[in-house]
Design a protein around this ligand. Sequence first.
Ligand SMILES: Nc1nc2c(ncn2[C@@H]2O[C@H](COP(=O)(O)OP(=O)(O)OP(=O)(O)O)[C@@H](O)[C@H]2O)c(=O)[nH]1
Ligand SMILES: [Mg+2]
Length: 491
Amino acid sequence: MLRQERKDRIRTRPEVNVLLLGQSESGKSTTLKQFQLLHDSAAFHAERIAWRAVIYLNLVKSMRRILESIAPETDAFDDHEELDGAEADVVIVSADGRPPSAIQGTKVPNYDLYLQKLEPLVELEERLIRLLSSPDGEEEATHFGPWGNYVSHFDGSENQPPMLANGHPGAVAARPSPTIVIPQKKQSSSTHQSNGYRHQTQKEVAVHSTTNWKKNFALGGSSKSPKSAHSGEIEGWWEDPDDPVHVINACAPAMMELWRDRNVRKRLREKRILLEETSGFYLNEISRITAKKYIPTNDDVLKARLKTMGVNEYTFMIRDGMNRGVEWRIYDVGGARNQRQAWIPYFDDINAIIFLAPISAFDQTLAENPRVNRLEDSLQLWKEIVSHKLLAKVDFVLFLNKIDLLQAKLDTGVRLNHYMPYYGDRPNDYDSVSKYFRTKFSNVHSNYTPNKERELYIHLTAVTDTRRTKIIIADVRDIIIKANLRKMRLV
Ligand SMILES: Nc1nc2c(ncn2[C@@H]2O[C@H](COP(=O)(O)OP(=O)(O)OP(=O)(O)O)[C@@H](O)[C@H]2O)c(=O)[nH]1
Ligand SMILES: [Mg+2]
């Protein structure tokens, strides 16, 4: 009866469920944004303004990273506390044998001056986080402690094994009910300095998918858009003295000065910090982003980084081959290790998986565990997903993502075999490296899939690039529609 019921349901109200998977920062939410841009561009455009807060936050975070990196007393960094309980069964590549504190290098004579000029950003960062996490007003965010003292309701344990329960029928638990999660911000063991910027080891800000964070920054939202006393017309947020734009705008000259400072660049190079490849990089556009009447462009929104917690669901209609409307539901999950257990309930009832592996990350380690190489983690995760018995009948599309960053990285001379010795002395150019990864991921699929009939569709992508991604998404959509039609004939 159940089977018949399902058959009837699919025939009368066809639907396609797609799950976006991959490690944190692989580009899942960006891919979702591209789907939105393609299928509901009006809504995407309407929401652009709300991303202003995230973009400011990304910019402030870059400032924080610079200031932390150029601080004269580097011995207070405490990267090692992250290492406790790290898994032993993954390949570990240390990007740099030495802790940052061991490196002595270029001094930045203006450091204290920068710190002083940029001090207002400390309070701004706190305020933005509050506004994002508490869309009903700042007052409600009373659970926040002082700077550097946030507590997370989320079980932030990174100690769980990376394995997903494979093929265990009981693994399909109920999908979790929504919970509000406070952005993680860890109390550093070394917050003794009075200035908020000094020696804070900060975790990434994430707003739970159930929090309507866009509300505070939408036009006409609870962020004040005062009416003109004379005409009654709505004026912009820049007229609101409490709007974050004023602080960020006032700090813009100091931010630009800092980013242009030769000593700063030199120090960053010495520490092998490549801000250009970090998520939410806007340092080359400070004057545009901090302008009073700044409205984010599509590209700005695609570049904005907000870590996902929980699961974002996005629904839209597409016409299928028989010209019927098919409802598409795309699920975007959090990819950090402590989020992956939440994926399993979504394995049930899924038609296709788009798995993202950022292949530029071969020289990076995980934010949640600095001893684990990102690419090794992606490969391990890919193996777990392709071999998962619950997913045996699901179609797989693999996005080998961030090829723009891969190309740029290889062009600067970073060698793959330095991080993955088994690459040997093959050529270190983009074509050879991307081909190598394509084969490697494809082999993992052929070796571990429980369904030898399954075809794998691989794309080399840069999902921040709208023009190229549009073509790929159209392609993926056709593949999924065709496969779905085939399955429906078989039900
Ligand atoms: N240059 C470049 N940046 C990218 C690409 N794909 C994603 N990004 C950026 O990388 C960052 C991380 O992307 P997200 O889409 O937030 O990653 P995610 O997989 O959703 O991460 P979690 O939510 O933590 O699981 C964002 O700032 C994106 O703009 C790409 O192909 N090239
Ligand atoms: Mg995400």
